[in-house]
Unconditional design. Sequence first.
Length: 285
Amino acid sequence: MESIQKPKKITVRDALSVFKDLVSEIKKRTGKIELPYGIKSLDELTHGLHRKHLCVIGARTSHGKTSLANQFALNLLKENVSVLYVSLEMADTEILERIVANQLKIHAWNLKSGFKEEVDFFIQNQDTIKNILTAEPLIFANNSGRKISEIEEMVKTYYPHVLIVDHAQMCSHHEFRSRNEAVGEYVQGLKRIAMQYDVAVILNSQVNREGSRNPNQLDFLKYSGELEECADIVLQGVWPYRDGESDDLNAYEITITKQRSGPTAKVHLRYDPRYYRFEDSPTEN
């Protein structure tokens, strides 16, 4: 994975200079996805994550948005992509434990409860996790990241390829007139960081309890104004079983409701909550 260069402090450039950079970028393209989500059906529609882009994952509480972010982080590490993970809601050990359950297919609740079979299996296979974590760094932010200034300082220090923030509505709002204004400034700041530091950003977001007021619109995102405007791609996750809308425990849907450079579409996945693990649905292959 190509290392990220420190940002150039350039605000205005002539078109020929921009064109030279475009030629350089295009020459590097080989058809291989640089920053894959690691889910085939989703990668085929998006060509993975992209540097300078902001990807928003929107889902209701307990509908898998953190699990999606965790699995994306795991899959990126396997592709030698460095990740900075800013969790504003969960401890770093809890995030990593879920990633372990995903990779090793350990029943997560049994592992947390200390069941001997799961604990022994984890101890026996811990080197598998260590090997993944030493290929490229996975950096966790502890007690930091509620302000854009804190995130920017971490990005300047570690220069990750991908930044994951979970979640937007947990940002600091005390200096603002409203939480809506705070989320707006936070999202604008993440988009700026994505562009200035050549990093792909994944931002989790809660959604409104009532969902969208209009079909195929983006107002399902909580405090949706700047989330709608700044996002380059929006993935809406739905686990129908969680709301009693389906008897199929493992059915999961991701709707690409916005994509600046590609189509909107729906992807059907299989979700196993025992391992917090997503896989392509057989019907998608």
